[in-house]
Design a protein around this ligand. Structure first.
Ligand code: ZN
Ligand code: ZN
Length: 238
């Protein structure tokens, strides 16, 4: 009876957009978790530029985190250009953040002036400007947790097994570890290692065929083996 209920829940879950996105990611080359992250990162940045330029919450987060990290700054500028915009969205978003930061730096200068002067009781330096991840990084970290637990949820599913077995996708090293920590079905880890064993055979053959004794042609899979190996370690999002 319990099994039947789980089956029903899963069947229902498979009608959701999250399952559709996962299956689409599984059909592509690369890590299915990373692919979903990159897609949702792009969508999140586009949504911010389209809808949240004047949003107080976004400004607050931008100010708290002192702007964007370098990765997301580049992606935001790229998204702005893709909108065929001269920069008005990001300029509007950053206007008050810059004003607030200028005021903050002015205040910090006053505090440091006092700290450096000889006639001060201040013994400890004033609080510095802390730089941490940006709010888009925070959003992506949350998305990553969701995608990992979603994958774990479906990791016993036959349809997922078939999709992963048949596709060129390989879960990256980082997400393999995260799935293990999440107690994902070991089938997924075994299948990934099987794909890696196939990959090392192809790469060895690719290397070997460079010696003069071999005159056979490279297969398409051999030619791509070293790129797939590098991408296994880097993932599409690291
Ligand atoms: Zn990955
Ligand atoms: Zn970031």
């Amino acid at each position: 009876m319990t099994n039947l209920k789980i089956e029903d829940d899963k069947t229902r879950a498979k009608r959701s957009i999250t399952w559709v996105r996962l299956t689409e990611a599984l059909k592509r080359e690369g890590c299915p978790i990373c692919i979903q992250l990159v897609d949702s990162e792009e969508k999140y940045i586009r949504d911010i530029l389209y809808e949240y330029v004047l949003d107080v919450g976004v400004r607050k987060k931008l100010h708290q985190k002192r702007g964007l990290c370098s990765r997301h700054a580049k992606l935001a500028i790229k998204a702005e250009r893709e909108l065929n915009s001269d920069g008005l969205h990001l300029a509007t978003m950053f206007e008050t953040v810059l004003e607030e930061s200028i005021r903050f730096i002015d205040d910090t200068i006053s505090l440091y002036r006092e700290y450096y002067s000889k006639n001060t009781r201040r013994r400890k330096p004033p609080k510095n400007i802390a730089i941490s991840n940006c709010f888009i990084c925070d959003h992506i970290n949350e998305m990553e947790k969701t995608f990992i637990s979603l994958f774990t949820y479906y990791s016993t599913d036959q349809e997922l097994h078939n999709l992963y077995s048949e596709s060129e996708s390989i879960i990256c090293y980082r997400h393999l570890n995260k799935l293990l920590e999440d107690k994902c079905d070991l089938w997924v880890i075994e299948k990934t290692n099987e794909k890696l064993k196939n990959l090392i055979t192809l790469m060895k053959s690719f290397i070997q065929k460079h010696s003069h004794e071999y005159r056979s042609e490279f297969s398409e899979a051999e030619l791509r083996s070293w790129i797939k190996t590098i991408n296994f370690f880097s993932g599409e999002y690291r």
